[in-house]
Design a protein around this ligand. Structure first.
Ligand code: AMP
Ligand code: MG
Length: 419
């Protein structure tokens, strides 16, 4: 387990900005150290433990980028506007060894991916030439070196191609495969325990009392954690009771890497998570300058980090993105991936408080001239699951903004980019 100190999440200010939260997490949370070796087919989404340098150049040999005719550019007459015919001698296809050098004054029939014959440095595309009695008629104006892929032009041998901490994507796995490697060393998956708190909650499938609702946050959070590559333990629903919460927290602390709860962290008298964590560990309430969202409880129980998210589903979702996600990445040894909003045009007006970051649920549509527009979901409640389900993503309104006017450029984050 990554053991964190009790004051790991200490914060002195009255309000915490999203950027402060992420930088505290990135600086103070230490990564799990265990390394596993996994095959390429199991590598997607894993966190690279050590950098990978290119053991060979890519492409490994100089080859043709097209189907056509390879020539020595020096053989071509330097006369402008005059076709030139060269006899065709030899044929080389992908996977075949090049047969000797191309004879001066000749062309070699060549196919995409085939090694360039020695001496040849330029390939004419077959679409651009004519054949005339065993000779190939070449048009004018092709630059020397055209249609050739040089050995190492993509990645030179020895180049540091993938950094430690990279969260492997399909294209990264492709690169590892192109290097001829069969396995990669990755950090072990982090283990996260998740539970919900609230007397009003029952699990789907259980019988629901008149004043109860089915627990939805737990399944949302577990799905988000799985997408981030975590191993998740589902610890169900805990009652609003300090003693049972404390004993549940204590029993899992030290056995995994992160404890995540939802609900019970407001400051109402039936919000017992705070007191429970304080009785078995340390806790700070991060009053985050974020809407929907605050507060988020951050704690350490027996060296294990604890995060208590708010119970309202939209607040839970948004704070997951800004607090849990960076924590999971830090624990997993991944490079922090900063969210980059895309500029879109606001098809809504909006007033907000200064010094607070707000997230507006929106749909995208193509407006005039094909410009993307963000259409605000008509209702704003933090409890509305439909507002997450029926939208494409979030418009991020920075701390400094107080008013959004129709047509103003705003930043959009698609849901897929958030996890
Ligand atoms: P709390 O943060 O415990 O005060 O809860 C705030 C609101 O979110 C209440 O209306 C709860 O019923 C609701 N809520 C809390 N936890 C969940 C959950 N796991 N799934 C769905 N709604 C929840
Ligand atoms: Mg509650």
């Amino acid at each position: 387990m990554a053991q964190l100190s009790d004051d790991c999440f200490a914060f002195g200010g009255p309000m915490m900005s999203v950027d402060e939260a992420v930088s505290i997490i990135a600086a103070r949370v230490t990564a799990v150290q265990d390394i596993e070796t996994v095959s390429l087919t199991a590598a997607d989404g894993r966190i690279l433990a050590k950098q990978i340098s290119a053991p060979l150049p890519l492409p490994p040999f100089t080859n043709s980028a097209v189907d056509g005719y390879a020539v020595r550019s020096g053989d071509l007459a330097q006369v402008e506007e005059q076709e030139q015919a060269l006899p065709v001698a030899g044929r080389v296809q992908a996977g075949a060894a090049a047969q000797g050098p191309v004879e001066p004054g000749h062309a070699v029939r060549i196919f995409t991916g085939a090694p360039m014959p020695q001496g040849a440095d330029t390939v004419f595309m077959q679409e651009d030439v004519r054949l005339d009695q065993g000779r190939v008629v070449l048009p004018v104006g092709l630059k020397p070196g055209a249609n050739v892929r040089m050995a190492g032009e993509d990645i030179p041998a020895g180049h540091s191609a993938l950094a430690a901490g990279q969260r492997l994507r399909p294209q990264d796995v492709a690169l590892v495969a192109a290097f001829g490697l069969t396995h990669v060393e990755v950090r072990r998956r982090i283990r996260v325990a998740v539970f919900s708190t609230g007397n009003e909650l029952v699990s789907p499938g259980a019988s629901r009392g008149a004043a109860q609702l089915f627990d939805s946050n737990r399944f949302m959070l577990m799905a988000m954690l799985v997408r981030l590559g975590c191993e998740v333990s589902d610890l169900g629903i805990l009652r609003d009771d300090r003693v049972s919460l404390a004993s549940a927290l204590k029993s899992v602390a030290g056995t995994l890497d992160l404890i995540l709860t939802t609900g019970g962290v407001s400051t109402g008298e039936e919000d017992h998570v705070k007191a429970a964590v304080e009785s078995v560990g340390t806790l700070v309430l991060w009053r985050m300058a974020i809407k929907p969202g605050r507060p988020v409880a951050m704690g350490i129980i027996g060296g294990t980090p604890f995060i208590g998210l708010p119970g309202n589903p939209v607040a839970s979702f948004v704070t997951f993105v800004h607090v849990v996600r960076p924590t999971v990445l830090a624990l997993a040894g991944a490079t922090q991936q900063h969210l980059i909003p895309m500029p879109v045009r606001a098809a809504f007006t909006y007033k907000k408080k200064i010094a607070r970051r707000e997230y507006v649920r929106v749909n995208l549509r193509k407006g005039e001239n094909g410009v993307l527009e963000a259409v605000k979901f008509p209702r704003e409640g933090a409890g509305l699951l439909s507002s997450l389900v029926d939208t494409d993503g979030l418009v991020e309104l920075g701390e400094e903004i107080t008013l959004v006017e129709l047509g103003q450029t705003v930043g959009f984050l698609g849901y897929a980019s958030l996890i």
